[in-house]
Design a protein around this ligand. Sequence first.
Ligand code: PMP
Ligand code: GLN
Length: 383
Amino acid sequence: LVPRLRPFTSTIFAEMTALAVRTEAINLGQGFPDTDGPASMLDAAKDALYGGANQYPPGPGRPELRSAIARHRARYGLEYDPETEILVTAGATEAITAAMLALTEPGDEVIVIEPYYDSYPAAVAMAGATRRVVSLVEDQDGRFALDLEALRAAVTPATRAILVNSPHNPTGTVFTDAELSAIADLCVRNDLFAITDEVYEHLVYDGAGHRPLASFPGMRSRTVSISSAGKTFNCTGWKIGWVCSSAELVGAVKAAKQFITFVSGGPLQPAVARALDHELPWVEGLRVSLGRKRDRLSAGLVEAGFTVHPSLGTYFVCADVRPLGYSDATELAWQLPERVGVVAVPVSVFTDHPDEWKHLLRFAFCKRDEVLDEGIVRLHKLR
Ligand code: PMP
Ligand code: GLN
């Protein structure tokens, strides 16, 4: 393996899920739901499978899916031409990596906000670019907020792009309009691309709502907006994602994408198109239910002795282990399955500064209530 990829030989999610299976622990580690998406979407996939949609779809994605993505995006007041400004990808993961390969090269710097989703540093490394990490900072309410000064200080003449994830995995932070506006200003002023990871766009609680960075002044033409069906429709294994941007940037991402997978998920694409057009009420039900699960798990973690940081979106909540008498959550995460039968993910693995983040565990609440409740009962044994 070439040196630049040596730090990326295994993912924490695969390791932790394997540990959960081996120890028969409750898996609050990897973020995937344990119930299925809307029945009409599953039926549509079945119909497509038996209806002959089993060969290569068109390179940019099936036309009905691109049109449905355009209609979905228009809900934010953002118009994209499905012919030239939308590209279907193998999940958001491929879209992020293809965007990085298309827009950066050795010598370029990419600003990455930490804690970061684990594929980001790998994507930057595959492109041969260099990451510049800016840490989120805790505000007075325990929310992880953007450090605007640190962000501005991270820009150099070599900065090419910034990767922005909101709602944010692992912290559950949803960037405020002020934070997004500051990122937009920075991009416009320094002529940077923004690559936005909006996979949790529908999973925002407490009425905050999602605002795409592309909708800020000057941003549409320089933002590669990325999302996917996995989190919105409980189908993380389908890996249907998409890119919305200018024809020029979509063309660039497509140039890289077509030689990574070319296409994927043929029979699943019409099903996702159907879901985007008809199942947003189902998604609203999911959102409400996940908001309750967030409350349920957060309250349970507090009862078990953790300090819990507020989560406004995603599948995740971060908890501080120090009140329980532990100083190292990373070490604890590896012992947790054997000791109490629960899997959680140490936040430190999503950072370049493990010491500064070593007191936090990430718990996933996208699980059935009985699974969350059993996890909480077990975590009480940590005291
Ligand atoms: N970005 C974030 C922030 C995620 O949490 C995930 C994991 N689901 C992804 C991207 C990957 O999305 P996909 O499965 O569509 O590739
Ligand atoms: N996004 C999921 C998480 O953060 C995991 C996806 C994966 O396993 N690559 O838990």
